[in-house]
Design a protein around this ligand. Structure first.
Ligand code: SF4
Length: 326
């Protein structure tokens, strides 16, 4: 993707300090995100994928500083965000919105749908009451909600309609970037497709960039321009969508793809079964963090962390892999 960069994340870390009781020894920090770097261009969708506990949601929330990162750099339009004070950051948030996995939990049950979408407009003093109402109606039409739905409360909507409401609220301040945190995983499959298509249409219309967190690779394949694969707080592979799905190199990416069901029974795919569970991020394995489960692991893998290195080039950013052998 040759569009200008919007988001630049470098060496981002989030280590959670476990609470300590009076006489107990200090516990090691939980290295949820440990040195993650990536970029998102204007109008681009970068997906973060990986198993539960790999750090993808923590990464996304750290970018918005909904979770305060331990260290690193996050730049939006070239401006460093991690050094801004709370008020400066609040002002920048109008450019960076989030859509949550559970729309019901993220919508105030005491406000009508119209009030929920108008709230960010009011908070930022963006318009008077009449202009807010007009804008709310326009946003409802953009996300496929009927104007009369503005008078309803969140519990009166279906799951898909609630997610449309969450999208309308996220769009209210004309953001440049929307973090989508598992936005369709709580929805029925038929509704998932509608919401994913809505996100795609809105991106085309408004030039939005998405940082899309998901574990459903079918959805990721549909919506992404590029995909970053995370394992235990590290990015292990980044590539454009077609390269990742057709020519993945990292053994962990291969195992994730092998677990995706193929709809054609004539096509058989070799299954790569991972051994063991995801290790604890409080005590990650040395060297390559994947070595305890990797079928290709060698002696070097237990000693040296493989850097994320460019393996292939194209005009979509190329393919980057963190593996000693691939
Ligand atoms: Fe497997 Fe070694 Fe590559 Fe890690 S570096 S993915 S352990 S082969």
């Amino acid at each position: 993707m040759s569009a200008p960069l919007l988001l630049e994340v470098s060496e981002l870390r989030k280590h959670f300090i476990a609470p300590r009781h009076w006489f107990s020894p200090a516990k090691p920090p939980i290295q949820a995100v440990d040195g993650v770097s990536f970029t998102v261009a204007r109008g681009e969708t970068l997906s973060l994928v990986g198993e539960s506990g790999c750090g993808k949601t923590t990464t996304a929330k750290s970018v918005l500083r909904l979770i305060e990162p331990t260290s690193g750099s996050v730049k939006l339009d070239g401006e460093e965000l991690l050094t801004l004070d709370a008020n400066q950051m609040r002002l920048r948030r109008r450019h960076m919105q989030i859509i949550f996995q559970d729309p019901y939990a993220s919508l105030s049950p005491r406000l009508t749908a119209g009030e929920i979408v108008a709230e960010p407009l009011r908070n930022f003093g963006a318009s008077n009451a009449a202009q807010r109402q007009e804008r709310v109606q326009w946003l409802f039409s953009k996300v496929g909600l009927r104007p009369e739905a503005a008078k309803k409360y969140p519990h009166e909507f279906s799951g898909g309609q609630r997610q449309r409401l969450g999208i309308a609220r996220a769009l209210a301040l004309e953001p440049k970037l929307i973090v989508c945190d598992e936005p369709v995983s709580a929805l029925d499959v038929s509704v998932q497709a509608q919401v994913v298509n809505l996100l795609t249409d809105l991106q085309a219309e408004f030039g939005l960039a998405y940082l899309f967190v998901a574990h459903d690779l079918a959805v990721v394949r549909h919506i992404s321009h590029r995909v970053a694969v995370m394992y235990l707080g590290h990015i292990v592979e980044v590539a454009d969508r077609d390269t990742l799905f057709n020519a993945a190199r990292h053994p962990y990416t291969e195992s994730l793809l092998a677990a995706v069901p193929v709809p054609d029974p004539r096509i058989t795919r070799e299954r790569i079964l991972l051994q063991g569970d995801l290790p604890s991020p409080a005590n990650p394995p040395p060297g390559c963090r994947f070595h305890t489960r990797c079928p290709l692991a060698q002696a070097i893998c237990k000693e040296q962390r493989p850097p994320l290195t460019q393996r292939g080039t194209n005009d979509q950013g190329g393919q980057w892999v963190a593996c000693h052998l691939r």
